[in-house]
Design a protein. Structure first.
Ligand SMILES: [Cu+2]
Length: 600
């Protein structure tokens, strides 16, 4: 029996391999929409960035060198559980120090998952400058068959550098927090491209929204398809014609081609225009790429039959059933109940809040606080009030209720997990924006639709405008995990909190690699201590970074806009009086002087 087991283990061991990538991160230039050449973050001198491909069970090793010269960076492996390797999660000031220019960090973890993922920078705002790409985990035991596969990324794209956009975004001139409007929408980091297909074949299309802000609708003219995976979770094959893919979400679909080679079909992506505060005339919201049966045949532009993206009816992901039929988790041991709020603080900028906290980075990465805190590891105070820490006990069933007091939808992502989405209102479809006609509707535990028996699981879900979502998961993955809105503008304005999961087990099971600690040294960031970097008294948070102060009652965002604009117009008024006034006075003075008159 023992030798049989060894044989099995050896067979398994033989199959798993180590996949190593060396990433030298530097600035390069690119012009993916043909409209503007700009600086982008490249890897090994290339952009688009390399697609990472591994097989389930592989060890993925990425040696990252920051050659940008002018800013720190990191890499988050979106959707990877990082079981017992929380320190490889890549979120700066949560699980590591930001890697400064000239420094390197090795990410090394086992990929015991399958499906469609992506990687992106997770240090301040750094991924909208092009630092993002898909990560595919192949699985020879996938519960579906196909002939060939393609990965399709979609993303919003800016012509300006994020450093310029962010200064205007967090500014007294933007008191309503209007997000920068993208300049274009890319498809596989280009536009007007074709996916070559043959008739009567089945293709697996892996769709990933690697954008920083805007969700996109997706459909293929003349075709339906079957959803088989969401965010790495296999689902019962489910027929659909239109998808709504928020930033960070993934869908894998099976598409069977027609028995013909005469006609090419439009693959249509439509940006969710409800997210945009204004639509410039030259912004192309609807984009056509092609399912190409015949490269010599016409490539017709899509015929869009709706005037507004909200008229499209996407498949509701909450109805999907995972193939593993994991049942609804039992009643929670712990509930976290948060409400999304947008408000101004006394800087005059707009901030995002979960309840009354706008996430503010600590002085020590929160995981390093946990690892250096000894017996105080389960005391939430040491992580600082403004990281919004929640302590989760090992293996507890956790329920998160997210209510939305904001009129925008938000794609929320939890690191280190996927979770059951057990309730959401309003549902995808024609009523998605219905709660905007009145006050926000919070989740009511005594009045909701039935929870599914086998809830859909994913790692990023969309919170409807003024509605709510309820999710459940088991706290079985020790680590510090950030839960945040994936619209990068909202994360930067504070729409995040951290979960300190199984703190004692975290300390017992993990050890921070030396090269990660060296990065802190190089970055001048402390790798020990509480959120205020105090290493002697972890309960003394004096000096922690805090969110700005509240605005006295009576000031509303509208009031601030009015105030800013009246101050501005007063200044403009004074300046014009000085310029034009002097211009008027000068000839008059000359006239008087010439005639010996006095101006009084
Ligand atoms: Cu958001």
């Amino acid at each position: 029996m023992k030798s049989f087991l060894l044989l099995v283990l050896a067979a398994l061991g033989c199959r798993a391999k180590t996949v190593t990538y060396d990433f030298n991160v530097t600035w390069v230039t690119a012009n993916p929409d043909g409209l503007a050449e700009r600086k982008v973050v490249g890897i090994n001198g290339q952009w688009p960035l390399p697609l990472i491909e591994v097989d389930k069970g592989d060890q993925l090793v990425v040696n990252m060198h920051n050659g940008l010269g002018d800013r720190p960076c990191s890499i988050h492996w979106h959707g990877m559980f990082q079981n017992n390797t929380n320190y490889m999660d890549g979120a700066s000031m949560v699980t590591q120090c930001p890697v400064p220019p000239g420094s390197s960090m090795t990410y090394n973890f086992t990929v015991n998952q399958n499906g469609t993922y992506w990687y992106h920078c997770h240090t301040d705002y750094c991924y909208p400058d092009g630092y993002r790409q898909a990560l595919i985990v192949h699985d020879e035991h996938a519960p579906f068959k196909f002939d060939e596969e393609f990965t399709i990324t979609m993303s919003d794209w800016y012509h300006e550098m994020v450093e310029d956009l962010s200064t205007d975004f967090m500014s007294v001139y933007n008191p309503t927090g209007a997000e920068p409007i993208p300049s274009a929408f890319l498809f596989n980091d280009t536009m007007n491209s074709s996916i070559p297909v043959e008739p009567n074949k089945t293709y697996l299309l892996r769709l990933v929204n690697i954008g920083a802000f805007v969700a996109q609708y997706f459909y293929i003219e003349g075709h339906t398809f079957k959803i088989v995976e969401i965010d790495g979770v296999y689902t019962e094959p489910t027929e659909a014609d239109t998808l709504y893919i928020a930033v960070a979400q993934r869908y894998a679909i099976l598409l069977t081609t027609k028995n013909q080679t005469d006609v090419n079909y439009a693959i249509v992506t439509v940006a969710d225009s409800t997210l945009l505060d204004g639509i410039p005339e030259d912004l192309q919201l609807n984009n056509t790429n092609w399912l190409e049966y015949n490269k010599d045949a016409a490539h017709p532009q899509a015929t869009i039959n709706v005037t507004d993206s909200t008229e499209l009816v996407p498949f509701d992901d909450i109805t999907l059933v995972p193939t593993d039929k994991m049942e609804l988790l039992p009643e929670p041991d712990m509930e976290i109940n948060v409400t999304v709020i947008m408000n101004n603080l006394n800087t005059g900028f707009s901030y995002a809040f979960l309840n009354n906290i706008s996430y503010t980075k600590p002085k020590v990465p929160s995981l390093y606080t946990a690892m250096s805190s000894g017996d105080l590891v389960a005391n939430s105070e040491i992580y600082g009030e403004f990281t919004h820490p929640m302590i989760l006990n090992h293996n507890d069933v956790v329920q998160i209720v997210v209510n939305n007091a904001d009129g925008g939808s938000h794609p929320f992502h939890l690191h280190g997990h996927n979770f059951q989405v057990i309730n959401r209102a309003p549902p995808y479809g024609p009523h998605f924006n219905d709660f905007l006609n009145g006050d926000p509707v919070p989740y009511d535990p005594s009045n909701h639709t039935a929870f599914p028996k086998f809830p859909a699981r994913r790692d990023t879900f969309v919170l409807p405008p003024q509605g709510y979502v309820v999710l459940r998961f088991v706290a079985d993955n020790p680590g510090v995990w950030i839960f945040h809105c994936h619209i990068d503008w909202h994360l930067a304005s504070g729409l995040a909190m951290i979960l300190i999961e199984a703190p004692q087990q975290m300390q017992e099971r993990m050890q921070i690699p030396q090269d990660h600690l060296d990065v802190c040294q190089a970055a001048g960031v402390s790798s020990k201590g509480n959120a205020a970097a105090d290493t002697t008294n972890f309960l003394d948070l004096k000096g922690q970074d805090a969110q700005p102060g509240w605005i006295p009652d009576g000031f509303t965002p509208r009031g601030i806009v009015a105030l800013v604009f009246s101050i501005l117009s007063a200044i403009i008024g004074i300046v014009s009086i000085v310029i034009y006034g002097m211009a008027d006075v000068k000839p008059l003075m000359m006239f008087c002087l010439e005639r010996g008159l006095h101006l009084n």
